[in-house]
Each structure stands twice: as structure tokens, then as C-alpha cells.
Design a protein around this ligand. Structure first.
Ligand code: GLC
Length: 543
């Protein structure tokens, strides 16, 4: 009998600390704010683990993904005592804590980089990726930054260029230097010793590049690097600037480090990996023979495929077929880099998406605010903060990072700031779309999420049962069965704005236990199931 771990059976909830809850009245969220909301997370919503985006000391050029000290808390978010309290309070409520770990780059204000750039002879020079200019004096090769422009910045004082796969304020650490592995693994131990349950590893596949720094080849037009067009970055095949095979050895060692601690309590890792070739992506699980790597490499496929039944079903079936039996699936619909569900698909289909996310086989990750149906907030260009959006039009991420909407009061209950000016503006819909109002409303998005999480918790089939799709259904519906032992659930999702009849699922009787509209529980007695426009249902099947 396989023993399932919390990171397989549980639901993960991502918190963007700046935007969750502010206890100091400065308009920016903090760790104490998260502590205050743990009861909401444990009891109202029922999630099992939180993933915190970075809270480290940082100049905030990339809102915390530019780390100045890997073993501390930015005073804006609190201090290490607050963090310890957060761990204790979360664990008391059976909530595990996953933190963001950013191994590819530090801040340019990190003391390591300051030393590294101070002279060619500095002992830390080789802690970052430095290279000489070309003969003509240009950048060492053609690599591009994800955030726009060349990935190389000339350091006037020492005459060499340093690599930055993201902002120039985020120099890439040199993982080919064993010292980097040593010091970065120490930072992992630091947090494991404080009781952290897992790590979300930022741009995990970027850490190893071609040792010869070869030019990337040009890309035939049309090939996407990410899940949507990305301008100049798509003009190259990113063959040499990330994902070198040597990356796997690092994550095998990283896994051993975590496994060493798992004897105490199971620790986990989830890698942020934007790779859409299944065979390359699946390698980041490692293998029992060569050594395991990530417990879960984030599966971003559902962000890439169009929201159409056939495309979604294909993505799920492909994942199911590519995974070895021992590897565990996972699904993601949004995060701090992506548009929100209700804005991408509309509110009705966002409810269908919630059913999908919480009934598929695999660990679901919910981005804060999705459970109440928050929408993207359009920020006028002159008020944009996100450097990505400022440098690459269309990629601004402020819109999905706006403050959590707790109630219909001042600042939506997010902050007591005496004056206006939260770090990002609130969504105008907060008087209607907020935790307090939705908690009392039987048909709300929050109720839907809560019921789905409860259902998943109470059902072996939904938590860890097999997945099997149902053929011969209308093209714009996705229908599948989850089953374990004697328990069977049928999930039927209507992606269309019209009624659809499902009558080929192979069973005669059952009961609809949940509709995305939360207004019906009905018996099924003739092998037929009628779906209303944009409706998803979960039914238990009598076997
Ligand atoms: C990841 C993060 C993103 C960040 C980037 C650079 O993609 O999710 O927010 O800007 O890495 O660290």
C-alpha cells in the first residue's frame, strides 16, 4: 500500500506576502498579517499548505525575487521571530509552510555580488557568471534577458560583463562553482532547521547554462519560449542559456538534502520550470535509479493551452501518459506572474476551472484571491510598478498582485493605512467580491472552493484515485472519472454557453453532489446527465 504524503493529498495555497494582509498600516502586507489569517485558511477554506513568495531582505527591484540576504526577513515583512511564530501557528493548524527559494540569481546589492564585482582577483569573483567582452567590445554572446534586452551588463570598473537572465539588478549565481552549491545549500538548511516544510524553487532550470557560453541559435518564427508570445525573447531557441543537463545533478543533491530532513517530517520541493516539451519537463522529477529530483515540477500546461474542452483534456491525458507510475502530478492555473482566472475565462468558466483544478489527479495550487473570484486590475501605464511590464509591453504583472479583498470596508480590510495609497490599488469590485460577503453567501465562489476542498478531503477517489477520461461526449465538454476501491466520481464540465447532454459514461445511476452553480444536488437514474450552459458538476456514481 503506497503511503501518500501531505504534498500529494493536500491543497497548496500561494500567498504573495505584499498583498495578503497588512498589520502595520503601511499599505504593504506582512508576516503577522498572514498569521492572523491562518484560521481563515485552515477553517474557512480548508487548505493544507501555504507557499510564500519571497519575504527576504531585498531592494525590491523585482519585488523580492532579488534577494539581498537568503537567511533573513525584510523588515517590511517582519523579522525572524515573526517567521518562527508563523511556522508554529501554521503547524498548530496542520498547515505546512513552503517558502520561495531563488537560486538562479541574487540581488546586485547582495554582499556576495558587491565583493564579486569589486575586482577581478576577488575570491568571490567566480561566484557569479563573468565573461570578457568580444574582440569588438560587445557582450560575450547573444543571450537575452527574460525581462528584455541583452542578458549581459558591462561592469565599467573591471571591464567584464556579468550575466543576468532577468534584471540587471539580478546577477546570475555561478552554479558551476562548488562554493555556490555549498553556500546556497546552507541557506536551505537554515530554513529546514526552522521547520520549513518545503521549497518552491524559482526558475529552477535556469541555474545551469552552457559552460562554453555558446550563442543561442535563431528560432524559426512562431515558436514560443513561454506559454504566450514574448517578443524578442522568442527570436532565439534557448538552447544554451538555461537547462543544461548538469542541472539535474544539482537537484539530485538538493533532493538528498531534503530527504535527510524528511525522516523528522516529510519535506518537499516544487520547481518552477517553464518547459513545455513533456520529455524534457518530466526529467525534473529525476528517477529512482539515477536519483530523485523535485517532488513536483510545476505543471504550467493549463496556462498555455486555450480554454477549450479538447485542448484541456489533451493536456491532462498527455500528462497522465508521460508520468512514470511513481511520479505525482500537479496542476496550476495561476500565480503572481499570470492573469487571474475570472479575467481570462469569465466568472462562470472560472467556476468550472475550480472544479477541474480540485478534482484532477494531482496536487492543486491555488493563487490567493482566486477562491473569491478576484479579477485582474488594469493599472494605467504611468502607475505600473512591475519592471517586467515596464520593459516588455504586455507582460506587466501588477494586475494580478493587488491586495486581497477581505471585506467591504475601508481598503477592503487589507490594511489600516490612514490615507489612500496601498502599494497597488484595490480592485473596484471589492465591495461585492470579498471574503466576508462571500462567506455568508451559499452560491459564492468562496463557497464553491470550500465545498470542493471538503469533498476532496472526504473522498479517497478524488484525493488519490485513478483518472480515466470518458470518450464520446460532446466536443465542448470534458468528462472524466476518478476512482479508488469502490468509490467512483464522475466529473462533467461544459465549456460551452449552451446546454449539453452527457449520456455515454457507462453507468446508470448516481447523484450530482455539486454543481459549479451550487444550486442542485440531483439523482441520476437513466444514465444521462444534462449540463446547463457553462456548468460543471461532480457526481458520485452507484456501482
Ligand atoms: C520567476 C518568478 C517571477 C520572477 C522571476 C525572476 O519566474 O515567478 O516572479 O520575476 O522568476 O526571479
Amino acid at each position: 500500500m503506497v503511503e501518500y504524503q501531505w504534498w500529494q493529498t493536500g491543497v497548496i495555497y500561494q500567498i504573495y506576502p505584499r498583498s495578503f494582509s497588512d498589520t502595520t498600516g503601511n499599505g504593504i502586507g506582512d508576516l503577522r498579517g498572514i498569521i492572523q489569517k491562518l484560521d481563515y485558511l485552515a477553517q474557512t477554506l480548508g487548505i493544507d499548505a501555504i507557499w510564500l513568495s519571497p519575504f527576504y531582505p531585498s531592494p525590491m527591484a523585482d519585488f523580492g525575487y532579488d534577494v539581498e540576504d537568503y537567511c533573513n526577513v525584510h523588515p517590511m515583512f517582519g523579522n525572524l521571530d515573526d517567521f518562527d511564530k508563523l511556522i508554529i501557528n501554521a503547524h498548530e493548524r496542520d498547515i505546512r509552510v513552503i517558502i520561495d527559494w531563488v537560486p538562479n540569481h541574487s540581488s546586485d546589492q547582495h554582499p556576495w555580488f558587491k565583493e564579486s564585482r569589486s575586482s577581478l582577483e576577488n575570491p568571490k569573483r567566480d561566484w557569479y557568471v563573468w565573461a570578457d567582452p568580444t574582440v569588438g567590445g560587445g557582450a560575450p554572446n547573444n543571450w537575452l534577458s527574460v525581462f528584455g534586452g541583452s542578458a549581459w551588463e558591462l561592469d565599467q570598473k573591471t571591464g567584464q560583463y556579468y550575466l543576468h537572465s532577468f534584471l540587471k539588478e539580478q546577477p546570475d549565481l555561478n552554479w558551476r562553482n562548488p562554493e555556490i552549491k555549498r553556500v546556497m545549500f546552507e541557506t536551505i538548511r537554515f530554513w529546514l532547521d526552522r521547520g520549513v516544510d518545503g521549497f518552491r524553487v524559482d526558475v529552477a532550470h535556469y541555474i545551469m547554462k552552457d559552460p562554453d557560453l555558446r550563442d543561442n541559435p535563431p528560432s524559426p518564427s512562431g515558436a514560443l519560449t513561454f506559454h504566450r508570445p514574448h517578443g524578442e525573447y522568442d527570436s532565439q531557441i534557448h538552447l544554451y542559456d538555461k537547462g543544461h543537463e548538469d542541472v539535474h545533478q544539482v537537484y539530485r543533491e538538493f533532493r538528498s538534502l531534503l530527504d535527510g530532513y524528511s525522516k523528522e517530517s516529510p519535506r518537499m520541493s516544487v520547481g518552477e520550470i517553464h518547459i513545455f516539451e513533456w520529455q524534457d519537463w518530466v526529467k525534473y522529477y529525476g528517477s529512482p535509479e539515477a536519483g530523485l529530483e523535485f517532488h513536483l515540477p510545476f505543471n504550467f500546461t493549463l496556462l498555455k493551452v486555450p480554454w477549450q474542452a479538447k485542448a484541456v483534456r489533451k493536456a491532462v491525458d498527455e500528462l497522465e501518459s508521460v508520468l512514470p507510475g511513481w511520479a505525482w502530478p500537479n496542476y496550476v492555473f495561476g500565480n503572481h506572474d499570470e492573469g487571474r482566472l475570472a479575467s481570462r475565462f469569465g466568472v462562470e468558466q472560472a467556476r468550472v476551472a475550480a472544479i477541474l483544478l480540485l478534482t484532477l489527479r494531482g496536487t492543486p495550487t491555488i493563487y490567493y484571491g482566486e477562491e473569491i473570484g478576484m479579477t485582474d486590475v488594469e493599472i494605467p501605464p504611468e502607475d505600473q510598478l512591475d519592471p517586467f511590464g515596464l520593459q516588455v509591453p504586455g507582460w506587466g504583472r501588477d494586475r494580478c498582485r493587488t491586495p486581497m479583498q477581505w471585506n467591504s470596508g475601508r481598503h477592503a480590510g487589507f490594511s489600516d493605512k490612514p490615507d489612500p495609497g496601498l502599494w497597488l490599488p484595490l480592485s473596484e469590485d471589492y465591495r461585492r467580491v470579498n471574503v466576508e460577503s462571500e462567506n455568508e453567501c451559499p452560491g459564492s465562489m468562496l463557497t464553491l472552493y470550500r465545498e470542493l476542498i471538503l469533498l476532496r478531503k472526504s473522498s479517497l477517489a478524488l484525493r488519490q484515485g485513478k483518472y480515466r477520461n470518458v470518450n464520446s461526449v460532446p466536443d465542448d465538454c470534458f468528462v472524466y472519472i476518478r476512482e479508488a476501491a469502490e468509490e467512483k466520481y464522475l466529473i462533467a464540465l461544459n465549456f460551452s454557453p449552451d446546454r449539453r447532454l452527457i449520456n455515454n459514461f457507462g453507468y446508470q445511476e448516481g447523484k450530482i453532489v455539486l454543481s459549479s452553480l451550487l444550486d442542485r444536488t440531483e439523482l441520476i437514474d437513466s444514465g444521462e446527465l444534462s449540463l446547463r450552459p457553462n456548468e460543471g458538476v461532480v457526481a458520485i456514481i452507484n456501482t
